[in-house]
Design a protein around this ligand. Structure first.
Ligand code: SF4
Length: 253
């Protein structure tokens, strides 16, 4: 018994005390900043997903796979910070420009009132990998491990859409998964929350031009939360959902 207690004592706290106050390594590529506006066609040619526009210089975080090539060729124009608060609830807020390099946040006016009222203390999610490559799915799995411990906030993944309050989509939505995605969505009781997690889900990512993609499912649905990243970091995912649930940052422990 004493031996076990000694092990527990020496291991210390395994969980992150407050998920909103973690300092990630500078090597982590989070929110990009555009240091100045300049036309450089090299940026267009190195970007594999068409995330960069010129005149003015803009970077669409919903298309960006965070490969870092643009910052590598023009570090004087584009840099990546280790800021992991990347989620928004308006798609156009993911477009970063020189005049718009502030921290990303949700528009509280656009958060549906019933989300906080019904799900503020308990949110069950069905996750659907719609042609995903398992990278985003692995990170979402990590959200429930002992370090990130998303369950402490009442947020959990469930096995059936009938038990869920919302759906998290990962992957670019392949033709083969389009119908399954629609059926899963229809099986979730209202009011339901729709979350797109990862660049592939938000824009199709590197598969956006593929004929094997069918994203018509999203045409008529309001998206509650866009969580960028390729894949999204667990801290980005958890804090994005806590932002949606309006949980203050000092209470994220
Ligand atoms: S980091 Fe993003 S914007 Fe830059 S080249 Fe890669 S995909 Fe394009």
């Amino acid at each position: 018994m004493l031996e076990f207690l000694s092990i527990i004592y020496h291991q210390g706290k395994q969980y992150i005390p407050n998920v909103a106050t973690v300092d990630l390594s500078p090597a982590f590529r989070g929110r990009p900043v555009i240091l100045k506006d300049e036309v450089d066609y090299q940026l267009i040619s190195v970007c594999p997903t068409g995330a960069i526009d010129l005149s003015p210089l803009r970077l669409d975080l919903g298309k960006c796979i965070l490969c870092g090539e643009c910052a590598h060729v023009r570090p004087d124009l584009i840099q990546f910070t280790s800021d992991y608060f990347l989620s928004v609830n308006e798609r156009d807020k993911l477009i970063i420009s020189h005049d718009n390099s502030e921290s990303l946040q949700l528009n509280p006016e656009k958060i549906r009132k019933e989300i906080f009222k019904l799900y503020g203390r308990s949110l069950k999610l069905r996750q659907v990998s719609a042609g995903g490559d398992c990278s985003a799915e692995w990170e979402l799995n990590a959200c429930s491990n002992v370090n990130f411990d998303m369950g402490r906030f009442g947020i959990e993944f469930v096995a059936s859409p009938r038990h869920a309050d919302g759906m998290v989509v990962t992957g670019p939505i392949s033709e083969n998964m389009a119908k399954a995605l629609e059926k899963t969505w229809e099986s979730i009781p209202e009011p339901r929350v729709l979350i797109l997690a990862g660049t592939d889900a938000i824009s199709g990512g590197v598969f956006a031009q593929s004929e094997a993609i069918n994203r018509t499912f999203l045409d008529s649905l309001p998206v509650d939360l866009y969580i960028p990243g390729n894949p999204p970091h667990p801290l980005t995912f958890i804090n994005g959902i806590l932002d949606l649930l309006s949980v203050p940052r000092n209470k994220r422990k």
